[in-house]
Design a protein around this ligand. Structure first.
Ligand code: SF4
Ligand code: SF4
Length: 272
């Protein structure tokens, strides 16, 4: 890992984007110092999952969201996961080569942040790691065109060759924790996530169980790991538990907001 670089504003911005998503789901008051900024978070008064979160993102694999300088943002658990893959020479079907993960690890830059939790009055220094090969507005190093004989380059799909260890900000992309009012948080899915700026052409479709398990739950678990690495207690376990129980129950896709925490659903509905 490399520590000789000046951290770019865009890298701090992408760290803040990740923090903003789990910060809105916090159970405790905390302030986090990133660069020269102090971001404050308070627990939501109400937290609901929007019916829109259950839509399937029909990604077209156009590579649009990976072709500009997105920062890859990791914390300690993500790094440990990659080190384990390399150490045990695990064969990962969605990653062509362990050397690619080694390259990723070598290119990471450490960014220290300070987390102040009001509940225990303690300031902790925690770290993010960002990947530097995506600097300067270049296509992400890990986004490759999957050559398919008989198809033109335009028809071939772009794929993420580190899908299994892709960072949370890539996994979370179109999923967002939104707030119409600061104290009411909505977990939803919309194009105004990270990908909006890239003109994402994906259109949302009907619920797809396999994709929901593979992408949506994975993204939420990945966000939870980051919050845990930073020592922040969030409502993510409650959200994940609710979704897992719902999947097991075989109940239909919710058509109304699902209350996870706080006031009743009818009160919540009038805000959305
Ligand atoms: S890590 Fe994967 S999903 Fe993220 S920008 Fe790179 S290729 Fe795209
Ligand atoms: S821009 Fe949208 S459609 Fe294209 S790869 Fe990214 S998420 Fe998929």
């Amino acid at each position: 890992m490399n520590n000789d670089y000046k951290i770019l504003d865009s890298e701090l911005r992408d760290i803040k984007w990740v923090v903003g998503n789990f910060g809105r789901l916090t159970k405790e008051h905390f302030t986090i110092n990133i660069g020269s900024e102090n971001l404050k978070f308070v627990p939501p008064r109400r937290l609901v999952i929007s019916p829109q979160f259950f839509r399937n993102k029909n990604c077209l694999h156009c590579g649009g969201c990976c072709k500009k300088g997105t920062t890859l943002v990791y914390t300690a658990s993500g790094i440990a996961e990659m080190q384990k893959i390399i150490e045990h020479k695990l064969v990962i079907s969605t990653c062509n080569d362990n050397e690619i993960i080694e390259q990723l690890l070598l290119g990471l830059i450490k960014v220290d942040v300070k987390v102040f939790c009001f509940d225990n009055n303690v300031v902790n220094t925690k770290s993010f790691w960002v990947y530097n090969k995506v600097r300067n507005n270049l296509r992400c190093f890990f986004n490759k065109l999957k050559i398919d004989a008989g198809k033109s380059a335009e028809e071939c799909l772009w794929e993420c060759i580190i899908h299994v260890v892709k960072p949370t900000n890539c996994a979370f992309s179109l999923r967002v924790c939104d707030s119409k009012r600061e104290d009411i948080i909505l977990l939803t899915k919309k194009q105004y996530g990270r990908n909006w700026v890239f003109g994402c052409p994906a259109e949302f479709g009907e619920f797809n169980r396999e994709e929901f398990e593979m992408y949506d739950l994975k993204a939420l678990r990945s966000l939870l790991r980051i919050a845990e690495d930073l020592g922040i207690s969030t409502f993510l376990p409650e959200i994940i538990n609710w979704l897992e129980s719902w999947l097991q129950s075989g109940d239909p896709v919710p058509k109304e907001p699902v209350k996870i925490y706080g006031g009743n659903v009818n009160q919540t509905r009038k805000f959305f």
